[in-house]
Ligand binder design. Sequence first.
Ligand code: B16
Ligand code: MG
Length: 216
Amino acid sequence: MKPACIFDLDGVIVDTAKYHYLAWKRLANSLGFDFTEHDNEQLKGVSRIESLKLILRLGGKQLSELEFDAALIRKNGWYLEYIQQIGPGEILPGAAEFLRSVREYGMRVALGSASKNAVLILERIQLLDQFDAIVDGNKVSKAKPDPEVFLKAAEELGVQAEDCIVFEDAVAGVQAARNAAMKVVGIGSEAVLQQAHFVVPNFMGLRIENVLARFS
Ligand code: B16
Ligand code: MG
């Protein structure tokens, strides 16, 4: 059977990290502390709940359960405001072309994202129809680095974990793919994504034939 590809969303297909950052910063500021772009690096690929826990730790702040839930809703409301205007122009360099080439090669394609807003984003950037299966934050109960999101994606595609190639930009996501015993291509920096089988800076010029050759 041909291998299948599983793509993370934020940071792999679309550049939404900056909007997550703006919304988290706004929330942190409203709670009386600051949140820097450097801090935001730790949140990539991390679920909404785990992100808020981390931010509160950084700010040395404690919230009641009710306040915590209200903060999550506020943050997501701001995030949705920020991404209202996004469109195909925010697809990361080469990602749409690579996705199309994978499908033309006859491989099945799934999304494996922690985001609960994944379908909305895919609609906005007009790539929803490129996926045979979508597993997002609404379908999983365990956050990356738990392998659940990628194992569910493999299941929905009807392929074995060892036949899946994951494309990930986050340390937690690369770890999740390794925990699922999948092959993983890091998108970003080699120094950061050390656990990936190999790393490319982005999809520009990347061909699926070359990826498959690296794993043969
Ligand atoms: P939401 P990915 C992740 O998406 C983001 O990288 C992470 O920053 C975000 O907190 C998480 O989704 C949850 O997103 O608040 O939209 O449900 O990289 O796994 O596609
Ligand atoms: Mg990501």
